[in-house]
Design a protein around this ligand. Sequence first.
Ligand code: AQP
Length: 327
Amino acid sequence: MARILSGVQPSGEVHLGNYLGALRQWVAFQHDNDAFFCVVDLHALAQEHDTALLASRTLEAATQLLAAGLDPSACTIFAQSHVPEHPRLAWLLECTATVGELRRMTQFKDKGGESESVRVGLFTYPVLQAADILLYDAELVPVGDDQRQHLELTRDLAVRFNHHHGDTFVVPQAAVPTFAARVMDLQEPTRKMSKSVSSPLGTVLVLDRPQEIDRKIRKAVTDTETSVRYDPEKKPGVSNLLELLAASTGGDPAVLADDYTSYGPLKADVAEAVIALLQPVQERYQELKAQPDYVAKVLADGAAKAHTVAAVTLDRAMRAMGLLPPR
Ligand code: AQP
């Protein structure tokens, strides 16, 4: 049994990229591992957010994790802000991380890292993410491809801390799916599908109605050629569709491409496969959305369990850094 930790931001609605890159792996991992999954609401503060919506979005994200198939009797599900050890360990790690290594984070650069008015939280949030992971002694972190660099930073921080202060943290590894690890925006296929940036027509939401999914996929931007080929560099739109098909039905995108001679039938099959993939999630969601108290209870129980694990690691890290233990 490996210890697992991963999270999703309540920064908008859960989309197909989150589902294929992360959530589906989480569901697969939960039964044979000791898995912790959190709605990382503190991360959502690092960018412009709607104060009136954050709490309901956090509950909504948790509902969608359950709808995706997470089972609270098999794994621990909690909200990051309910476990105070996260920002406390983040501070200790911030005192070991350097400005240079945080400046190299491509997500920070992409989100306006050069600007004077960019928030300090956006700069340091990869360190909070490292704390999220290291608190649980996680060996594996199932994430999409966009998180690889942050995972590398987490590993670097853990190795450095262990070197300077003695063995304290488990050094984690990323688990990234083979296909659909970076689902691209359907309208701008050189940009990843994301909650906070993507275009409405370019993002398939997990809860989109079948007609809406069909419409978005049929309108997906491809290219001016007609041949169906898997070539993410030269044909990003078509390759994205092939990856969606491969991830939804099994198979290899380069091999699946041989079944098509034009884009129309490919789009029709992708739409059908994605609709079928999301149907059970949508059905479970309909049952769960009427039970907000149940979801809140799952989060409360999850936070209590997460706290017992996180408190031990934080105490170890504080002592290792030489802080006076409280009586
Ligand atoms: N497009 C994607 N393809 C595959 N995996 C993805 N993930 C995110 N986008 C894709 C994975 O989903 C998990 C949760 O990540 P997140 O909550 O940070 O997702 P987001 O949609 O990217 O949210 P934001 O608010 O737009 O955040 P930014 O832009 O900061 O990433 C992660 O495992 C992620 O890899």
